[in-house]
Ligand binder design. Structure first.
Ligand code: FO1
Length: 317
């Protein structure tokens, strides 16, 4: 079976550990299409947080506690930069993580596409799957924040999330460059040839939203809607990680398992929700005309993640 997963953020990483286990056990092929709208240039390096997160989670190299960067990380380079007041250090690239960034940035500087550079990074971590950026073009999530009565302005997603700790009130989110972006090579073919499309339990606004905003991707997914399933990132009306609770209302979505499903209206045949939200199942089924499975979705380990992935795939029959 050819499985295509759409991913971004911590929830996706945890889930992919489980999906990977099933793909290995049952001999499936896995392609992960990843959000790149969080990408930023930092210290002269091309940072691709969601691509690296997928690689690190699948390779077992992720710092599971922190949810970003590599396990066993040190931050000597950052400390040195800070001590000398040399570069902004609000965004911390760890020492091991620097190796990935140096490699990717060097490949891009030589003229490689992000798709090709990502394949090389995945190879370096011995990932046996295809990991694709959503696009090789530059798309950037910009967050409109209100800092005072007189100051409403757009900042880079990382500026909002890391530098300002998601504290300012958010007025809007937009994906700069999306209308001109082209799907990365392989993205449309992977979706078109998928036996199962899985939308990971990611933030529907800033993780999956940018992927859907790349022209022709939504259309390709719509064509495969009978084979598509998603997992709710919202459990009991709250997020397990990240900032979806702050950003979903901005996109007109209720912060619930129903609200998250609504973000994918018309693109899904099935939706997996947590036991805590079991009472919402009939409402979601009726409103969206999809099948809903209720299970434990809080992925405390790979075992649970594999069970969630199994439930998702079983929904497709
Ligand atoms: N998140 C933080 O909260 N603080 C950081 O200093 C930080 C650095 C960082 C470096 C590389 C990387 O790949 C991710 C990093 N993240 C950091 C995570 C990232 O900001 C977000 O969690 C994702 O963009 C959301 O998916």
């Amino acid at each position: 079976m050819r499985i295509v997963a759409l991913a971004g953020g911590v929830g996706a990483g945890k889930f992919l550990r489980g999906l990977q286990r099933i793909a290995l056990d049952e001999g499936h092929d896995l392609t992960v299409i990843v959000n790149t709208a969080d990408d930023i240039e930092m210290w002269g390096l091309h940072v691709s947080p969601d691509l690296d997160s997928v690689v690190y989670w699948l390779a077992g190299a992720m710092d599971r506690e922190r949810g970003w960067g590599r396990a066993g990380e040190t931050f000597h380079a950052r400390e040195a930069l800070e001590a000398g007041n040399m570069l902004p250090t609000w965004f911390a690239i760890g020492d091991r993580d620097l190796a990935t960034h140096l490699f990717r940035t060097e490949l891009l500087r030589k003229g490689w596409t992000l798709t090709a550079a990502t394949a090389s990074v995945a190879l370096a971590f011995e990932i046996p799957w295809t990991i694709l950026p959503m696009t090789d073009d530059r798309v950037t999530t910009m967050v409109r924040i209100r800092e005072s009565d007189h100051l409403v302005h757009d900042v880079h997603f990382q500026d909002y999330w890391v530098r300002r700790r998601a504290e300012p009130e958010v007025r809007a989110v937009r994906f700069e460059g999306a209308v001109r972006a082209r799907p990365a090579p392989g993205v449309l073919d992977a979706i078109g040839g998928a036996d199962a499309v899985v939308i990971c339990p990611s933030n529907p606004v800033v993780s999956i939203g940018p992927i859907l905003a790349v022209p022709r991707v939504r259309d390709a997914l719509w064509q495969r809607r009978d084979r598509a399933v998603g997992i709710s990132p919202i459990v009991g009306g709250a997020v397990l990680a990240g900032m979806a609770d702050r950003l979903m209302p901005v996109a007109g979505l209720e912060v619930s398992a129903l609200g998250a499903a609504t973000a994918y209206e018309g693109l899904l045949a099935g939706w997996v929700i947590d036991e805590a939200d079991g009472d919402l199942a009939p409402k979601i089924e009726e409103r969206l005309g999809i099948r809903v499975a209720v299970t434990e979705t809080v992925m405390s380990d790979d075992e649970v993640a594999a069970a969630v992935a199994r439930t998702a795939l079983d929904l497709l029959g």
